[in-house]
Write a protein that binds this ligand. Structure first.
Ligand SMILES: CC1(C)Nc2nc(N)[nH]c(=O)c2N=C1O
Length: 159
């Protein structure tokens, strides 16, 4: 089985509840087990500012699913949260991003691994550093990459 890291984000319809429900769904994925979950973090939106603050987290799962099969499962969970895409980078009830999968570097039509934006996003790197402090991202650690960003600081929410 392979280790995968999944980013969670929400800024609509009770984001903390959305993430709690999504974390439970991730713990129930077929032929998989959730092995770690970060704290929840509140952060100002990156990109369009005219939307509510986000709640973010990162989860680690050990899975026998292929990357694309796992992506299908993540998109099914998003649908169950009635994710409606109005505008690109607009507010959403739930975002599940496959960030990293068994150290693979690959570009499928539907999926690039590792997630191309993750190393630029404090809202991914800080929760990731909490559960995978020694994960090498192109030879860098998540904590070091996070500290190099000028992004707004995140607010770690009590568990
Ligand atoms: C719109 C964009 C880029 N901004 C975000 N900003 C934050 N803080 N958290 C997110 O999850 C997030 N997701 C996005 O997709």
């Amino acid at each position: 089985s392979a280790l995968a890291y999944i980013g969670l984000g929400s800024n609509l319809a009770s984001p903390r509840d959305q993430l709690a429900r999504a974390m439970a769904s991730l713990a129930a994925l077929p032929v998989s087990e959730r092995v770690a979950a970060s704290s929840l973090y509140a952060s100002a939106p990156v990109g369009p500012q005219d939307q509510p603050d986000f709640i973010n987290a990162v989860v680690a799962v050990r899975t026998r699913l292929s990357p694309l099969a796992l992506l299908d499962q993540l998109q099914a969970i998003e649908q169950r949260h009635r994710r409606v895409r109005h505008r690109h980078w607009g507010p959403r009830t739930l975002d599940l991003d496959l960030l990293w999968f068994a150290g693979l570097n690959c570009r499928f039509p539907r999926l690039t691994l590792p997630h191309p934006e993750m190393i630029h996003r404090r809202f991914v790197l800080e929760p990731l550093a909490e559960i995978a402090p020694t994960l090498s991202l192109g030879g860098e650690l998540p904590g070091c990459l996070a500290n190099r960003l000028e992004d707004q600081p995140l607010q770690r929410l009590s568990a």
